[in-house]
Ligand binder design. Structure first.
Ligand code: ZN
Length: 237
């Protein structure tokens, strides 16, 4: 088990945290762990942890009004407090989207994000919900239920689903990175990172400024995947 998952589980156990606590009392959870959550004007960053005094101060940028984003930022900074113990840390919105696993090096932002996901969507409450088939509509339901972003819910889903599923982040029309379920990895499938988002895919519609339906669409497997261990005529939803 990674350091971030075990740190989140330790906290959940220590405070006997319920799903209701997570939804309604996240700031109090931080307070009990030694950090006061406040909002403030932060230039260019999303959240800050200052450990110079007691209590430590978690500042969330005032301009971040989206509740799931605020909650994730708070949990992310709490992760730095629990695991890293720096004096001051400034975290940007890019840090909050750091899900890229790099072999061999410790990635503190990834650890803080994994901590936040494991705290806000604990395996004990979230894991069994991932038996359902994947769909954007279902991820929206999970995101609403746990008050997290759609991206955070979808990424966490890959940790528990028995299905081969990959969540892909694309930016400016190009595939940036993906997070895959264990089943997907065991099939030795790889999303074609750095390639252009495939014409005709749902995601491409977004980059063309069109409305992106949430219903699944079958598409040639090689629209998303690197050539590999699958039938060339295979299609995926
Ligand atoms: Zn951070």
């Amino acid at each position: 088990m990674s350091i971030s998952i075990s740190a989140a589980n330790k906290l959940l156990d220590a405070l006997s945290i319920t799903p209701y606590d997570l939804l309604e009392h996240l700031d109090e959870i931080a307070r009990v762990r030694g950090a006061l959550v406040v909002e403030g004007d932060l230039d260019g960053s999303e959240a800050r942890l200052n450990m110079a005094g007691k209590p430590a101060i978690i500042t969330v940028a005032r301009r971040v009004t989206d509740i799931p984003r605020r909650r994730f930022s708070t949990a992310h900074e709490l992760g730095h407090l629990e695991m890293h113990r720096w004096k001051v840390t400034l975290c940007t919105s890019t840090d909050m989207m750091e899900w890229n696993v790099k072999e061999g090096s410790q990635n503190l932002e990834l650890e803080a994000n994994e901590f936040a996901a494991a705290l806000l969507m604990p395996e004990r409450f979230f894991g069994s919900l991932c038996e359902e088939e994947p769909s954007i509509d279902y991820f929206i339901e999970l995101a609403d239920q746990f008050r997290v972003s759609l991206t955070a819910a979808a990424i966490r889903y890959t940790n528990f689903t028995p299905e081969p599923v990959a969540i892909v982040l694309s930016q400016d029309g190009f595939i940036k990175w993906f997070r895959a379920s264990r089943e997907f990895e065991e099939m030795k499938l790889f999303v074609d990172v750095r390639s252009r988002v495939y014409p005709g895919s749902r995601a491409r519609l977004f980059f063309e400024g069109k409305t992106m339906p949430t219903t699944p669409k079958r598409i040639a497997a090689d629209a998303w995947l690197r050539p590999g261990n699958y039938n060339r005529d295979a299609t995926y939803s």
